[in-house]
Design a binder for this molecule. Structure first.
Ligand code: GLN
Length: 448
């Protein structure tokens, strides 16, 4: 009830929710109360959560913040939703995002802009901007987001909350509306590292319905070692401190965070990720290519929006997709279709895939001499709404620190580590070896 009241009081100004399921949430809360009274509570019993609107929820509208799915009501739950329900959580509603998760600002939603709770004139980050803003503004106690190139970590950083992108394959993608299937991962955003660990415990694990989910055992993530960082070696990538466009305020906050980590007993070493400067180019070929293929299903025939005024089939496709998709999504489809055109494979998708392997190898080498790698999440604190709306290239370049983890498939967490001069939160990114989320939680926990 408190969370619903809070949404009522502040969401008109923030714009985090696309759908609030007040009735459903109260019914789930009452069931949770009963379980509590019966002494059967588990860690998530009765905990109100928000869900990024690209995870299918049975009977509850799932739009991907796109006009083309405006009235889509899924007939099934995503596996992560099934697991949260089984863990007694209360699902409050569906959260705004950049359309189909394409963007870094949540301005590219087909329905509304979400504002940063720390400064309503600024972006909350994206694409899981609704998730981060809702957690930051107490409109839920935790949320699920998705991260294809930074979409959990970057909004978490801009909104002063914690967000983790798990290892690719750690969490089922069944029922996650696909953007770029080889990069997409579902993960939690929360107010604390421990909250994120509890949420990841609930959603992680092998799922026979997702052939890329990995049958690795899931440790108890919430059992985080609290005995300092003695014996831990953290790597600082040489290439990141000279990255183009790094705001000195972010640089200072990260340096201070590194000192804190050292003071707790960790040893810092310099590492090298030499192909970092190719990550943006590789990602912005691979992600749009996969997107152009995944989004071919929205044709006005099978489900979703259709321009019913057209009688000619080709005209109907064209008009449905022109009206149903926003400008950023259309841009990606066009880039991806071009890159995958016959005869262009070697020059674009093939080349980008080779760079992807080099980036993955960079991490393998770096992790021979350290347990985790520290970096900024975003090159700048949250910036004013509108600043990159007509400048997609600048928006793409701001993904420089987060894309590599998706290309390599490794886990990355964002944890608040300081503030800009204007009082906006700054996040520290910690990346780790495949399936070593526990190390990220252990280091991040020191910042609570
Ligand atoms: N900002 C990146 C993009 O626009 C990443 C988005 C994401 O992780 N979903 O593609």
């Amino acid at each position: 009830r408190a969370v619903l009241d809070r949404i009522e009081a502040v969401d008109a100004r923030i714009g985090a929710y696309l759908t609030v399921d007040a009735e459903g949430a109260m019914a789930q809360a009452e069931a949770a109360d009963q379980r509590l009274a019966a002494g059967n509570a588990v860690p998530l019993t009765g905990i109100p959560l928000g869900i990024k609107d690209l995870l299918c929820t049975r009977g509850l509208r799932t739009t991907c913040a796109s006009r083309i799915l405006e009235n889509f009501i899924p007939p099934y739950d995503a596996t992560v939703i099934t697991r949260l329900k089984a863990a007694d959580a209360v699902l409050v509603g569906k959260l705004n995002m950049d359309e189909f998760a394409m963007g870094s600002t949540t301005e590219h939603s087909g329905f509304q802009v979400t504002r940063n709770p720390w400064n309503l004139d600024c972006i909350p980050g994206g694409s899981s901007g609704g998730s981060a803003a809702a957690v930051a503004a107490d409109m839920c106690l935790g949320a699920l987001g998705s991260d294809t190139g930074g979409s959990i970590r970057q909004p978490a950083s801009h909104c002063g909350v914690v967000g983790i992108k798990p290892t690719y394959g750690r969490v089922s993608r069944y029922g996650l509306v696909a953007f770029a299937s080889s990069l997409d991962q579902v993960g939690p955003l929360g107010k604390s590292v421990t909250d994120c660990a509890i949420l990841l415990d609930a959603i992680a694990g092998h799922d026979p319905k997702d052939s890329t989910s990995v049958p690795e055992p899931v440790p108890d993530f919430s059992d985080i070692a609290t005995d300092g960082l003695a014996g831990v070696v953290v790597g600082i990538p040489r290439e990141y401190s000279t990255a183009q466009g790094l705001d000195p305020q972010v640089g200072r906050a990260i340096e201070a965070a590194v000192k804190t980590i050292e003071s707790l007993g960790a040893r810092c070493v310099e590492v090298s990720l030499p192909h970092t400067d190719r990550a943006v180019a590789a990602y912005y070929v691979i992600a749009p290519s996969e997107a152009s293929s995944n989004l071919a299903r929205y044709d006005g025939v099978k489900y979703g929006f259709r321009d019913k005024t057209q009688s000619d089939l080709m005209q109907m496709y064209r008009s449905t997709r022109s009206q149903g998709f926003g400008p950023e999504v259309q841009r990606r489809i066009i880039i991806g279709t071009y890159a995958l055109s016959a005869g262009y494979y070697d020059a674009y998708y093939g080349k980008a895939s080779q760079i992807r392997t080099l980036i993955r190898n960079d991490f393998t080498t770096a992790f021979e001499s350290c347990d985790a790698i520290l970096s900024p999440v975003a090159p700048t604190p949250a910036y004013p709404i509108g600043e990159t709306l007509d400048d997609p290239l600048t928006m793409y370049l701001s993904d420089i620190f987060t894309l590599s983890a998706n290309l390599a498939g490794i886990p990355g967490i964002s944890v608040p580590c300081g503030f800009s001069d204007a009082g906006l939160p700054i996040g520290l990114q910690i990346m780790g070896r495949h399936f070593n989320e526990a190390m990220l939680f252990r280091i991040a926990r020191q910042f609570e």
